[in-house]
Design a protein. Structure first.
Length: 173
């Protein structure tokens, strides 16, 4: 029995660029006519039909035109040459990178807020320990106990536990 292998012709660079221009244009929510106007504003005499030919891979794009396109789309030059699957994978990787950076930034901010709260609580506790009022001194003792357990390390450990419960399908608490 003969094995049939589906071999597709490699996608041309113009076709790949056109596909990416269309994808980026649609992602930005602009029409072919609006893209043509933006290119014309950058010194290139593009019309809606020019955009259509570029997107279909029927018209090549000069390097300087590609630079204008990346300025309009606010992307990198290499994003115009990605294979469709490669572009999707890079977009996923970029999104994961963004989420990681955002999570790290959130954690950094939360740690800074926790340390500021701990510093203020410690200052207050020291001041209130010598109060002439028993209930204030009692409150300071409660604050001291809370300071013992409300550390960055305990917050990180509890955060990891909450993540593990959520990842396993259980609720946060």
């Amino acid at each position: 029995m003969e094995s049939v292998i589906d071999i597709q012709a490699p996608e041309s660079a113009d076709s790949r660029l056109g596909t990416n221009v269309r994808r980026l244009r649609e992602k930005k929510g602009i029409t072919q006519a609006a893209l043509a106007e933006a290119m014309t504003a950058r010194g290139w005499q593009w019309h809606q039909s020019t955009v259509a030919r570029v997107e279909s891979g029927q018209q090549s794009v000069r390097f300087a035109e590609a630079e204008a396109l990346v300025g309009i789309f606010r992307v990198t030059l290499d994003s115009l040459t990605w294979h469709t699957a490669e572009g999707a994978e890079i977009a996923l990787a970029a999104a994961a990178h963004g989420r990681l950076r955002e999570g790290w930034s959130d954690a950094r901010g939360a740690i800074a807020r926790l340390e500021a709260a701990r510093t203020a609580a410690l200052d207050g506790m020291r001041r209130w320990q010598g109060s002439e009022y028993e209930r204030v001194r009692q409150s300071a003792r409660g604050l001291a106990e809370e300071l013992e357990v409300s550390t960055v390390e305990s917050a990180v450990a509890e955060g990891i536990e909450v993540f593990k419960r959520l990842a396993s399908g259980a609720g946060p608490d």
